[in-house]
Write a protein that binds this ligand. Structure first.
Ligand SMILES: *Cc1c(COP(=O)(O)O)cnc(C)c1O
Length: 362
């Protein structure tokens, strides 16, 4: 039985997007690590990253990497959040490499890798100003690189990386990324050999590929949003992203009530279901619909976009979404299914919600 709400994943469109970004990277000698955390690591979708030419698959969550492995992803898996000390055993078991910034964690990884008779790859993160993860002190990074290289025999220093545009909203400009290349030169001088990976950011570094100004030396980026949605570069940066599908994911919800009601609440206005006091605008009596899905399913109602012309999202509580359908030409009936586009933030929610069925479209 078809149950709602539902999120459908169009694998053909996803594969197209993966291939486009991989081709963009190839033109600048940049390999793509496909990041699967944006869709909670849906295994069938993770497989498309491999099929489309990514050289690695990465996630911040080990359980997602584990599921990727189970479905048959055979390219190296990268843990892109600094490993927790409490997950070191799993991290070594599941991930081939991880992003790192703490000596204590590196020691633990080395010890565990020895125990498991394995070698674990390490990328040291440099914080170039975005103020999330990474070494702030460049000397400390260089010294740690040397320490991993010479003292931690169960670890392989694969390279260095950075992350921008996540907390501090710092842009991945050519000069910002050149800082990473300069640091790579310093590390290479210290350890006396070239590094294999220089990972220059995430989706926000794709403009460097499109404008052909990625600093030489950067040979990897880790891309999630720019593949699964490709909306940020269009909406926030103004790039033409028409070569990518923005509708890989579709949220579907069922209509459970259609009535004509006033637009302004009747009675003394206090608080809504979440303790807020929203503003209501009186625009008279309107035809409205009620959908059987709510904030529990998708997080924030600003992040779902009705595909049918004239449908306006008015508000939501945990399990209900209220829509204005006065201006809709079609005849919406009880039991009809309405479709929504999603944002990166709402894809994470709907794919993570046990009430939302995930439907794979081959
Ligand atoms: C989430 C994440 C990415 C991917 O970011 P997008 O903007 O979705 O491409 C890359 N690197 C790290 C460390 C991340 O946490």
């Amino acid at each position: 039985m078809n149950r709602y709400p539902q999120v459908t994943v169009d694998l053909k469109k996803l594969l197209h997007n993966v291939k486009e970004v991989v081709a963009l990277g190839k033109a600048s000698q940049v390999e793509i690590t496909g990041i699967i955390k944006g869709f909670t690591g849906i295994p069938e979708a993770s497989l498309m990253f491999q099929k489309g030419g990514c050289t690695m698959v990465g996630s911040s969550r080990l359980e997602q990497l584990e599921r990727a492995k189970e479905i048959g992803v055979t390219i190296p898996l990268m843990l892109i959040r600094i490993p927790m000390l409490s997950e070191i055993e799993e991290a070594v078991k599941v991930a081939d490499s991880s992003l790192n910034s703490e000596r204590e964690v590196l020691e633990a990884l080395n010890k565990e890798a020895g125990k498991q008779g394995k070698n674990h790859g390490v990328i040291l993160m440099a914080d170039l100003g975005d103020l999330r993860e990474g070494f702030w002190d460049k000397e400390e990074l260089i010294n740690t690189a040397s320490y991993v290289e010479n003292n931690l025999k169960n670890l392989t220093l694969l390279g260095i990386g950075t992350n921008v545009g996540c907390y501090g909203s710092v842009a991945a400009t050519p000069s910002k990324l050149q800082e990473l290349v300069d640091l790579k030169d310093d590390v290479e001088k210290e350890i006396g050999r070239p590094l294999k990976i220089v990972s220059g950011g995430a989706t926000s570094s794709i403009p460097r590929l499109m404008e052909n100004n990625m600093p030489e030396g950067i040979n990897n980026i880790r891309v999630g949003e720019g593949i699964i949605l490709a909306k940020d570069l269009r909406d926030l940066y103004g790039y033409d992203m028409s070569f990518m599908y923005q509708d890989v994911f579709t949220l579907k919800a069922e209509v459970i009530e259609i009535k004509t009601k006033p637009s302004y609440p009747q009675g003394e206005i206090m608080f809504d279901a979440f303790g807020n006091k929203p503003e209501y605008v009186d625009i008279g009596v309107r035809k409205r619909g009620l959908l059987a899905m709510g904030k529990v399913d998708y997080g924030y109602l600003e992040n779902i976009y009705p595909r049918m012309k004239g449908v306006k999202v008015l508000g939501a509580s945990s399990d209900h979404t209220i829509i204005d359908i006065e201006d809709v030409e079609e005849d919406i009936k009880i039991g009809d299914i309405l479709e929504f586009d999603l944002s990166y933030a709402s894809i994470v929610f709907v794919t993570n919600c046990e009430n939302v069925r995930i439907v794979i479209k081959e």
